[in-house]
Design a protein around this ligand. Structure first.
Ligand code: DAH
Length: 439
């Protein structure tokens, strides 16, 4: 699997950031074919049966039944349900409502505010800002309203967290575009936590933060320019985002790459040359006319962009592991202050990793995302990486995978005893939940 084996930044990042990029781009593994919703509903039910849930609770801290943080009130029973069509573990429920992007002294909040500053100082009529929209959205909002095709891989239970067949944890802030356009907003920024089932490594975490920007033009904006609406919007978009990149990164080299998103045409990615690498900064484009038409903006043209805040914050603040954003250790939190973009993080220690390998015969419904969910359910943030190190099929057609799990705490040394216990539980639960045969 491309991501876990190499730490190639751009490959690793692009998977998490722009998963709606092209259909199939996220079905990156030869061994985890994309599933239809119904097929994975069944596989996730076997992955999370009630007995398993009970058993796994032993290994977790007790979970509060209602989260009430940052103005968001969400009951556990509204989100985590023991039903085949629900694939949300407690580890994800505890992240709802934490809202790192609303903490002014947290790198994610500092970056959000720096982007706000750029828009506030460059646009007289300010962009409307939303950073408290509920992450629980309908399938319609998350996918249909932004024209994601019915068979797109991102809709699968393997990739998205479903509360029930009609309700998901948003997997991108684009989920709010259509409703805000329908409400009449013409310039807006939406920041929020987004959720994706994924593999495990230093740049992937099942919860991260995005910012979405949209600007609508009316005919008198472009008529005098001699350009058509689309060309005018595309030019304005590029100018705006190049300015944003300079605001955040200084005088960097940039390039535009043509790409595909379901909700824009034409679509682009902006890359900057930073620390000797091309870094993908964001995805954007001219909004599909169908989205504008449905929202009562038939005569208008608009642009939109979406960017991943962790990805940019890791580079700007030199944060080496995405788990650190969730750390409550003072040695992390005390290093950042309001308004200070790009203060370099000083690692307070590097504790040794401990590697454990496990091999098993997979079955048809096996996916790496399901495996990673089980491992995270037991080891939480102590798991640093899960990496496929061997893969073969025998004469009988049975396929074996060997995974190497790296355990490492950001905050302390782990004892052998603790790791052995974790690994023992991982083996037991991987076997019982994923119905694979350990070797
Ligand atoms: N929603 C996209 C993603 O998560 C990012 C994105 C790309 C948002 C292009 C946009 C856009 O608004 O125009 O991968």
């Amino acid at each position: 699997m491309a991501v876990a084996i190499g730490f190639g930044q751009s490959a690793a990042f692009s998977k998490a950031l722009l998963f709606l990029h092209r259909s199939g781009r996220r079905s990156f593994t030869a061994f985890s074919a994309p599933y239809s919703s119904s097929a994975t509903a069944a596989s996730s039910s076997s992955a999370f049966s009630s007995a398993d849930k009970l058993r796994s609770q032993k290994w977790r801290a007790p979970v509060a039944s209602v989260l009430e943080r940052g103005g968001v009130k969400i009951a556990r029973d509204d989100v985590v349900r023991d039903e085949p069509t629900n694939n949300i573990p407690d580890t994800i429920f505890t992240k709802l409502g934490q809202q790192l992007h609303r903490r002014n002294q947290h790198p994610i909040g500092i970056l959000k505010n720096a982007i706000y500053d750029y828009f506030d100082s460059n646009y007289e009529n300010k962009f409307d800002k939303f950073d408290d929209l509920c992450p629980i959205v309908t399938v319609k909002q998350n996918f249909d309203d932004v024209l994601v095709p019915a068979d797109h891989v991102s809709r699968s239970y393997n990739d998205t967290y479903y509360i029930d067949p009609q309700t998901v944890l948003r997997c991108h802030t684009s989920a709010h575009q259509a409703e805000l356009l329908s409400m009449g907003h013409k310039k807006f920024l939406v920041t929020g936590d987004v959720y994706r089932r994924d593999s495990i490594d230093a740049t992937h975490y099942p919860v991260f933060h995005q910012m979405e920007g949209v600007r609508v033009f009316s005919p008198n904006d472009w008529e005098l320019s001699g350009q058509d609406g689309t060309a005018y919007a595309a030019e304005d978009l590029k100018k705006c985002l190049e300015g944003l990149a300079r605001h955040l990164f200084g005088a960097v080299e940039m390039r535009w790459i043509d790409t595909y998103f379901p909700f824009t045409d034409p679509s682009f990615e902006l890359e900057i040359y930073f620390q000797e690498k091309w870094l993908e900064v964001l995805g954007c484009g001219v909004t599909e006319q169908e989205i504008l038409k449905r929202s009562g903006n038939s005569n208008n043209v608009a642009w939109a962009f979406g960017l991943g805040l962790e990805r940019l914050a890791m580079v700007l603040f030199d944060i080496p592991d995405i788990r650190l954003f969730w750390s409550t250790d003072e040695r992390f939190t005390s290093q950042f202050s309001e308004g200070q973009l790009g203060v370099k993080f000083k690692p307070f220690s590097k504790f040794p990793p401990c590697y454990k390998d496990m091999s098993f015969w997979i079955n048809e419904s096996f996916t790496e995302n399901n495996l990673c969910e089980v491992i995270r359910g037991i080891a939480g943030d102590l798991v640093e990486e899960v990496c496929l190190i061997d893969d073969f099929t025998n004469k009988k057609g049975m396929t074996s995978h060997c995974y190497r799990i790296a355990y490492r705490s950001m905050e302390r040394s782990l004892t052998d005893e603790e790791i052995n216990e974790l690994q023992w539980n991982v083996r037991e639960q991987v076997e019982s939940k994923l119905k694979v045969v350990l070797r």
